[in-house]
Design a protein around this ligand. Sequence first.
Ligand code: ADP
Length: 263
Amino acid sequence: RGGSAEKEIPFAKPGSLTRVYAVASGKGGVGKSSVTTNLAAALAASGLRVGVVDADIYGFSVPRMLGVERKPTQVDDMILPPVANEVKVISIGMFVPGNQPVVWRGPMLHRALQQFLADVFWGDLDVLLLDLPPGTGDIAISVAQLIPTAEILVVTTPQQAAAEVAERAGSIALQTKQRIVGVIENMSWLELPDGTRQEIFGSGGGKTVAESLTRAVGADVPLLGQIPLDTTLREGADTGTPVVLGQPDSPAAVALRGIAKGL
Ligand code: ADP
């Protein structure tokens, strides 16, 4: 099945009304997919038409986090994405049999991403979120080539070591000339029963990344918000109901809804 080479990517057309956010992180495990899926669910709950492309081929987890149970279906030469929690979702995991590891190389990844963008029937979307693999890999460059107007959201933890790699992931925008929307700090603290905050991963990472990216790109890169450690967020991810929907008043959900509102 060919064809996507000739097919246009609707989001890359001049005048496209879809805002495209590529969610990036320096390393894995910082909560990039959790942030992507919760922002998607929060934006959809506010009435926007939202799609998510899970481009994190090495650690695809978006379908589980959003509660996607169905596979995509094919109608003529278009792929219909499954919908869960009012979000349209497509993931490389949906095309890999069983739980097999993905061992694709750069050009295949580029092609897969191109198909996700051009061959999937997204309809009119207000927002498309792309969950990138961690680091400064091929996929980030592919995104910039396929949708130059895609804007970057950087997720980091407060830890200084994490912040340094997050900076590198963000500074790819210098080469690709993409706009960095801002930095989201996750796992910022744990609120104890007495109301005090325990900073398990230290502090300051999000602010550091925002400041150094501001210097690097010569434009304001704000810290968009800080999300605390929260059991309800992890539970929501495991059960397929994003915490912003399932436990909207929990500390993590309040922070995530605030960030979604500001986008
Ligand atoms: P990444 O996409 O960066 O690899 P994930 O979103 O998969 O990270 O998160 C890694 C793990 O940490 C998951 O099990 C997720 O549920 C958990 N997690 C992420 N953020 C939080 C948080 N703020 N509080 C509690 N658990 C979290």
